[in-house]
Design a protein around this ligand. Sequence first.
Ligand SMILES: NC(=O)C1=CN([C@@H]2O[C@H](COP(=O)(O)OP(=O)(O)OC[C@H]3O[C@@H](n4cnc5c(N)ncnc54)[C@H](O)[C@@H]3O)[C@@H](O)[C@H]2O)C=CC1
Ligand SMILES: O=C(O)CCC(=O)C(=O)O
Length: 526
Amino acid sequence: MPKVLVCDPIDQAGIDILSQVAQVDVKTGLPVEELVKVVPEYDALMIRSGTRVTAEIIEAGVQLKIIGRAGVGVDNVDVPAATRKGIIVVNSPEGNTIAAAEHALALMLSLSRHIPDANQSVKNGKWERKKFVGTEVYKKTLGIVGLGKIGSHVAAAAKAMGMKLIAFDPFISAERADQLGCRLVDMDVLMQEADYITLHIPKTPETTNLINAKSLAKMKPTARIINCARGGIIDEAALAEALKNGQIGGAALDVYANEPLGESPLTELGKEAILTPHLGASTTEAQVNVAVDVAEQIRDVLLGLPARSAVNIPGLHPDALEQLRPYLQLAETLGNLVSQLVGDRVESLNIHLQGELANNQSQPIVIAALKGLLSRALRERVNYVNASIEAQERGIRVIETRDASIRDYRGSLLLQAKGPSEEHDVTGTLLGDGEIRITTVDGFPINVPPNQHMLFTRHRDMPGIIGKIGSLLGSFNVNIASMQVGRQIVRGDAVMVLTIDDPLPEGILEEILKVPGIRDANTVML
Ligand SMILES: NC(=O)C1=CN([C@@H]2O[C@H](COP(=O)(O)OP(=O)(O)OC[C@H]3O[C@@H](n4cnc5c(N)ncnc54)[C@H](O)[C@@H]3O)[C@@H](O)[C@H]2O)C=CC1
Ligand SMILES: O=C(O)CCC(=O)C(=O)O
């Protein structure tokens, strides 16, 4: 039974799902050195933001197949290290959207009405109504940085509260912003015009310290900033300074460059700063959502099924994936087949998507073909996560073309592989019931289902040759399941494809090559 290690507190609903297929150990708060020690025995890790999955942990995870992040941000996982090792990283892109958006709104209103300090004051026995006079958000300008899932929800709610909306997001169209009632502006304008600024962007090299002393200086002295996205997007020292000097009106933070926050100039500030301990996703609903979402994906991957929200393999809508899955199997089979025909190292692979397949997203098909191509060399080490990197590192040139006008079949895939001394091509398609058919080999038409053991020959089309091969196989006690010849002209060049019940015994290939008229022979195992 596979083993899953849950490293952070996860809702029981997730653990129940994992327990259907795996032994689940919950060990929260393990230091890195402990994790490195225990990780070798686990097939999957499930984490929240509390655990940092470093390259060292990934290297030690010799059995790891999947790392599940019960949340959105995967910045606490060394994704490139996982990708390199073929480990799938999944997250829950939407499970906590509402929770994070509502927390940002709660922080905005708390800042406006000094709720945390007013609450503390009453609990201290005071009645300080004058001290806590607030401001309204109605008709104020909210500047949203990042109009993705959370930013959009914040926009809708803020609009309902009568706020004017401006946004900075270079990857969002003006039409989308318009739909949300937002005016797209550049970052400088947003910093200058907004009364409230809320951040909803990922932490990337580009967004690290996006809000710094220089940009804070552009804000109105009354303006307030909220960060419910990621620590490190705001330069905390510069922010503390701006708040201390009254250069800006206030700040509310849920996330920090280092978590837990510990000693920081931010903790010394008064009511102008509100700090929460990374609570954006901490609602009962969101915790069930993310735990179920990620646990289901871990369960599926452990059962050999694809994950719907893998961050390091091409993202496909589950419906699209369902539709494409038989073609992925086709691509993988053809990749494996053509690499065995080339025999040697493959230097280049041309992938032609034909017919209706040409209208599909090609990236998963290309990856599946590469996975098949490399499986001869890398066996189970190659998967959908690392196939592209492995191909790149081996210097395989990948060319992708598409032609929707080829209508021999509804959709077909042609792979042409070139090695230092040989080049071969194969075409395949799917029948109505989803069964794979190999329809050409080296340009010769055939119609053969792939089989575990196959023999391919190139020969001169002449009387007696098929009989000779049949007898030869019989003399080696090899049972032929099917035999087909593909030719373009009578008595010209031809291919023969045999499916056989057992692997070919040693020495038989040499005998086949001695048969007059046989030019080449390859065994293939699929
Ligand atoms: N505090 C918490 O507990 C939580 C925090 N988060 C964080 O919130 C952030 C946003 O999450 P989602 O809205 O789900 O992500 P999303 O991917 O739906 O949206 C992010 C948006 O940021 C934009 N963006 C990327 N780079 C940008 C840049 N340099 N400048 C401006 N815009 C840029 C993208 O175009 C996208 O529209 C993430 O960092 C996530 O980790 C998410 C959930 C809970
Ligand atoms: O796991 C958590 O509570 C944090 C959630 C979060 O930051 C995220 O989903 O990106």
